[in-house]
Design a protein around this ligand. Structure first.
Ligand code: BG6
Length: 486
């Protein structure tokens, strides 16, 4: 299969927070992998900027170590690494003071595509944006990339949008939701809009319900102080699960174009109904076995009421989805790390087979985001062999690794894809300001509701599938969650 990657012009990318965790784990190793794939043109420059008084050599040593730790052996080639390190430079800058800005200005070439990645705490977005302007570093074509959390409620998100808008136009602002960079998430759009097969059935008349699961095995230890102020609703549902829901529920955009896609997603978010208290289950993990810790210990807050798990029953109030519930769940310390979207279709209107009553199972389309990216469609067929017409359900399984060979196993990390989209100037997979605000406008009352009721999350065992009450959320409707397993 010939890869058709759109080439990019040489660029200057400045990473603020270049010595931080995200830069070391994701951004810099991701850029190296793109370099290894031949996608970073000669003459490009990647400039680390942070508080630490490092020199460029010290920064290169840090990036070399990050590559050793986070890039697979097959891609760690000495010449390639040397070539990549040669693109790097470093300036110590004070985000809230004046130190380092003129040195940075001397490095960034205004006639290039230039992008500034704010991999820093949101409190620094404003000061950085201001200084990039005050020092004449950002050109009208410059792009800025901002990380989540984008606010912690509608008011703070609005304030952040206003701060950025004071210095940059919307077309210059790239708000990252790394779930949109996941290969299978984009595939969801390809499956829906490049096949005639699914779209006619993609509505409440034929779809019984949708399940979106993002299950993790990790706890919150190490980042408890951030997480405890956030919880699963703010950390995962307001952004990642919401984006997945949008891609499933949206109308076909007229073109695969940033604003066309984002307009359709926005309509979905605005159509979300308020969630009823009985449609929410929150949980908090407790240790099982001595090697583990309770959530409250990881969060260093014995009285914490923050949820490390949440399940919700959500309605998209429009013609297409009237009567089809979306069940969302996500949590930490669950039994397996798995993310998937499962679309369960309705029963055929009339049964012609005697056996059907007993053996009929729903058609289910499962889109696996991780691990083992792929799709699986469960269909009914005749059980092979003589002896009458007996039905059996079988999977039509497509693992990308198997179907696409090397290209299917060598799936770029979400960050790689998204950073290159910034360089290309393509905002399709980034959130627009109004989208983020609409997502908070839906999230805020849900959180305010449980806070006003003084709800406490239900305990669940580490390594389980979450609190038992979450099962009831589905049983009540005569449905069942899919098993959480790798
Ligand atoms: C982040 C959340 O945005 O996504 C984390 O802050 C979470 O809590 C992570 O663990 C999950 O991302 P992924 O790509 O590992 O599914």
């Amino acid at each position: 299969m010939v890869s058709r990657v759109i080439p990019v012009e040489p660029f200057d990318l400045v990473i603020f927070g270049a010595t931080g965790d995200l830069a070391n784990r994701k951004i810099l190793p991701g850029l190296y992998r793109r370099f290894f794939a031949g996608q970073i043109p000669e003459g490009s420059r990647i400039i680390g900027a942070a508080r630490s008084e490092l020199d460029p050599e010290g920064f290169r040593a840090q990036v070399r170590a990050a590559i050793a730790e986070h890039v697979g052996a097959a891609k760690r080639d000495a010449d390639q690494i040397a070539g990549f390190l040669a693109l790097l430079d470093y300036v110590a800058v004070d985000a809230q003071g004046e130190g380092g800005w003129e040195a940075l200005k001397a490095l960034v070439r205004p006639d290039r595509v230039n992008a500034f990645y704010f991999s820093v705490a949101p409190a620094l977005f404003g000061p950085l944006a201001e200084r990039l302007h005050a020092h004449g570093i950002a050109t009208p074509a410059a792009r800025i990339v901002v990380e989540k959390p984008f606010g912690r409620d509608l008011a703070t998100a609005r304030a952040l949008n206003a701060t950025l808008a004071a210095h940059f136009d919307e077309h210059q602002i790239y708000r990252i939701d790394h779930y949109l960079g996941k290969e299978t998430v984009q595939n969801l759009m390809a499956v829906r809009f490049a096949n005639i097969l699914f779209e006619p059935l993609w509505n409440a008349q034929y779809i019984d319900h949708v399940q979106i699961t993002v299950a993790e095995t990790v706890g919150v230890g190490g980042r408890g102080s951030y997480y405890d102020k956030s919880g699963a609703m703010r950390d995962m549902v307001q952004n990642h699960l919401m984006q997945l829901l949008c891609l499933i529920a949206m109308e076909p955009p007229y073109h695969f174009d940033p604003d066309a896609v984002r307009d359709e997603k926005l309509k979905v978010i605005r159509a979300l109904q308020p969630v009823r208290p009985e449609d929410i289950v929150r949980g908090q993990y407790i240790a099982r076995g001595t090697a583990e810790t309770d959530y409250v210990r990881d969060a260093e807050n014995p009285a914490s009421k923050t949820e490390s798990y949440i399940a919700l029953r959500v309605h998209v109030a429009n013609w297409r989805w009237q009567g089809t519930p979306f069940y969302l769940r996500t949590g930490k310390r669950l039994r397996a790390r798995t993310s998937e979207i499962a679309i369960t279709f309705k029963q055929p209107p009339h049964s012609i087979f005697d056996d059907e009553e007993a053996n009929w199972r729903e058609n289910v389309l499962v889109i696996r985001l991780q691990p083992n990216e792929g799709m699986n469609l469960k269909v009914m067929i005749k059980e092979p062999g003589p002896g009458g017409m007996r039905l059996v359900q079988v999977p039509l399984d497509m693992s990308f690794a198997e179907a696409l060979g090397e290209e299917g196993t060598d799936i770029p990390d979400a960050y790689e894809r998204l950073i290159m989209d910034v360089i290309r100037g393509n905002q399709t997979l980034f959130m627009r300001g109004d989208e983020v605000e609409a997502a908070w406008a839906w999230t805020d009352p849900v959180i305010a509701g449980w806070e006003a009721r003084g709800d406490k999350p239900k305990p669940y065992d580490s390594g389980s599938s979450g609190p038992d009450d979450a099962l009831m959320l589905m049983h009540r409707d005569g449905r069942r969650w899919r098993e959480i397993r790798e």
